[in-house]
Design a protein around this ligand. Sequence first.
Ligand SMILES: [Zn+2]
Length: 157
Amino acid sequence: MADVHTREQRSRNMAAIRGKDTKPEIRVRSALHRLGYRFRLHRKDLPGKPDIVLPKYRLAIFVHGCFWHSHSCRYGQVQPATRSDFWTNKRTDTMERDKKKALALEQLGWTVVTLWECETKDAEAVSVTLRKIIEQQQAQMPSEAGKDDQEQEPQDA
Ligand SMILES: [Zn+2]
């Protein structure tokens, strides 16, 4: 496939590579904001400094650029025509790092969610996805982490 990698795409990829405060990330933040959830950004005390965390739900969210993190979508599967080995290695390293970060967070009891750049284009869809993820997480959380209810669940054997 010769000409898949257009100039437009290339500059998009470059933007994704810069990492912090990318547009997709900002779109996710503003969706959370609108939904009224509290979150923190780039917490340095957590493995991999997740892009966004919702401490109350023990939810760590990574917002990944499709190219850089090799998403299975068409943006993620682009093969640069030049320096392809360089890019392949870079992207493989990134995926390895992503896996390690997720594992380290999970071992600390965090639930790790990855949102892809291509999934953040539609603001309404982002809100729906986030709400679904958070509600699901809330339902799975141990009761003491949920509401202010101090009562213990009855312990039937
Ligand atoms: Zn994608």
